[in-house]
Design a protein around this ligand. Structure first.
Ligand code: FES
Length: 144
């Protein structure tokens, strides 16, 4: 059986929503300390809806495919729905990732949350702090 699904390969070879949004309303940048990969997400938000989203990922194929799929999943959606997006949902939408590559999808979940938090902070919007727990350093350093 192939290690990567056709969807992973498709989103890796033809990633959707690559680039930057110069006047983004929220920007989230996260990295994985162990592999050194970095993901940056840009959001354009109007009336609580994600009107546009772009990403730049300096990382492995699974991280690029996860970014691409995650942006597709949140485009046009309300912020509340984007906040509920889990890395598992991203991996499932890609028809799965190998176990040792699941952490790549975590970057997508974290980058989206960081971008939404940035938007809230920049606009003085109150939010429940428990929605944005500090990343667990230990987890990033896990052997995978
Ligand atoms: Fe680092 Fe995939 S190996 S995000």
């Amino acid at each position: 059986m192939a290690l990567y699904s056709e969807k992973v390969m498709d989103h890796f070879r033809n990633p959707r929503n690559v680039g930057e949004i110069p006047d983004a309303d929220g920007i989230g940048e996260v990295g994985n300390a162990r592999c050194g990969d970095i993901m940056k997400i840009y959001l354009k938000i109007k009336d609580g809806i994600i009107e546009d989203v772009k990403f730049n990922t300096f990382g492995c194929g699974s991280a690029i495919a996860s970014s691409s799929m995650a942006t597709e999943l949140i485009k046009g959606k309300p912020l509340s729905q984007a906040l509920e997006l889990t890395n598992k949902a991203v991996a499932e939408a890609l028809d799965g990732l190998p176990a040792h590559k699941m952490h790549c999808s975590v970057l997508a979940e974290e980058a989206i949350r960081a971008a939404i938090k940035d938007y809230y902070d920049k606009n003085g919007i109150e939010y429940d702090k428990s929605l944005f727990p500090e990343p667990d350093e230990d987890e990033e350093l896990h052997e995978d």
